[in-house]
Design a protein around this ligand. Structure first.
Ligand SMILES: NC(=O)c1ccc[n+]([C@@H]2O[C@H](COP(=O)([O-])OP(=O)(O)OC[C@H]3O[C@@H](n4cnc5c(N)ncnc54)[C@H](OP(=O)(O)O)[C@@H]3O)[C@@H](O)[C@H]2O)c1
Length: 269
């Protein structure tokens, strides 16, 4: 339990599974009231029950982050019922895999709507509140794939890079104020992400051979960032080097990504 965070309110999107679920449980352990957002209401209720059973406080708010009205309604409900909103964690997202020819326009638009527009809607809704309050923290869970594009997830990497453009611009606008903006760049994690990606895609790929981490490790890094705001969070420390390698030696980095990244299912390693 953190005295600094006790009683503060965090909204976590994508709280029904994976990183969002682990982060919600971890923030509740710190004494924060956590607003759980995702589409599957039954899953959110289960996370809320788990938090309540451990002595914490959570509110389940089912919503699709790609729907602007639903995002605004949740922010309004939080202010109405809890009276404050201190931290917004934009984490909801999914991926599609395969060569670009297998990315249909419909799939790509949906990917952009959820991963980027969902972040934009939430950021725009909370920044007005943070400006009025004079403080607040926007945390966006992007991906190392947004920092450095990876093979056979081109559409996904583009949405994650779009999130980075948004957060870096906002950070520069708000530099020196008490409103913080942070980007989180995880590497591969064993969550439902891979299953959802496979189900959403028509051209399955082999998993990466790069480093992996647990959702709890990512959640712990996010909690540290809530306690002590930082511009960038690399839950897997060595992955911070990837954008540097890419800046200095982009072609070498391409080959590195090819060696360790995804490739079509039937292509030999
Ligand atoms: N897993 C990885 O390897 C990895 C690596 C780097 C970055 N990331 C990023 O980390 C974030 C979380 O991923 P994860 O690994 O925890 O995946 P996950 O286990 O599949 O969880 C994704 C979460 O997002 C929610 N979600 C998806 N679409 C939504 C929508 N339209 N509206 C509201 N909620 C929605 C899902 O809930 P519902 O289905 O109930 O809506 C679920 O709670 C994503 O942004 C992902 O891009 C993941």
């Amino acid at each position: 339990m953190s005295e600094m965070l006790r009683g503060r309110v965090a909204v976590v999107t994508g709280a029904s599974a994976g990183i969002g679920r682990a982060t919600s449980l971890a923030l509740a352990r710190e004494g924060m009231t956590v607003v759980l957002v995702a589409r599957r209401g039954d899953r959110l209720e289960a996370v809320a029950d788990e938090i309540a059973a451990a002595g914490g406080r959570a509110l389940a708010c089912p919503a699709d982050v790609a729907d602007e009205d639903q995002v605004q309604a949740i922010v309004a409900q939080v202010l109405d019922e809890l009276g404050r909103l201190d931290v917004m964690i934009c984490n909801a997202g999914f991926g599609i895999e395969g060569p670009i020819e297998a990315h249909t326009t419909t799939m790509m638009r949906r990917l952009m709507d959820v991963n980027y527009m969902g972040t934009f809607f939430a950021a725009r809704a909370v920044l007005q509140i943070f400006r009025r309050a004079g403080h607040g923290h926007l945390i966006v869970v992007s991906s190392i794939a947004g920092r450095r594009g990876a093979p056979y997830v081109s559409g996904y990497a583009a949405t994650k890079a779009a999130q980075i453009g948004l957060i870096e611009a906002l950070r520069a606008e708000l530099a020196g104020s008490a409103i913080h903006v942070s980007g989180v760049y995880p590497v591969s994690i064993d969550t439902e992400f891979s299953d959802v990606m496979r189900a959403a895609s028509s051209a399955p790929t082999q998993p990466t051979r790069g480093p992996r981490q647990s959702p709890e490790q990512v959640a712990a890094a996010i909690v540290r960032c809530v306690r002590h705001p930082r511009p960038e969070v690399y839950p897997h420390a060595a992955s911070r080097l990837l954008p540097l390698i890419s800046a200095v030696a982009p072609s070498f980095c391409d080959r590195l990504m090819q060696r360790f990244g995804r490739r079509p299912e039937h292509e030999p390693r």
